[in-house]
Design a binder for this molecule. Structure first.
Ligand code: HEC
Length: 82
């Protein structure tokens, strides 16, 4: 969870939180979905992060496989917890 949160708030560039609200991470972006409302599972997060979606950039090549898996796990857990 810790690595995933760090990827979400710091490592990923541009940062996920610029576009997505996620209470656990303290972010309030409104360009993308509010993740607590979407409640994506980890596979859906990983797909979106690797390939991008609409206005969302692809992070394959920017993040390692481990970082993508960590952020996917983190987002799915943190979003479902609310
Ligand atoms: C430049 C803005 C932007 C950034 C940065 C961004 N996203 Fe997105 N994201 C979007 C938009 C726009 C969509 C598609 C529309 C929507 O779902 O709101 C989206 C969709 C998603 C989805 C839903 C995918 C689906 O199948 O519907 C997830 C999950 C997601 N983003 C997670 C992330 C994560 C994790 C990061 C950081 C690694 C990130 N986003 C960075 C804008 C962004």
């Amino acid at each position: 969870m810790e690595l995933g949160r760090t990827v979400f708030t710091r490592i990923a560039q541009p940062q996920c939180g610029l576009c997505h609200a996620l209470e656990d991470a303290g972010t309030t972006g409104t360009i993308g979905a509010k993740l607590e409302e979407l409640r994506p599972d980890a596979n859906r997060v990983a797909e979106a992060v690797r390939k991008g979606l609409g206005a969302m950039p692809a992070y394959a090549g920017k993040l390692t496989q481990e970082q993508i898996e960590a952020v996917a796990f983190y987002v799915s857990r943190a979003a479902a917890a609310n």
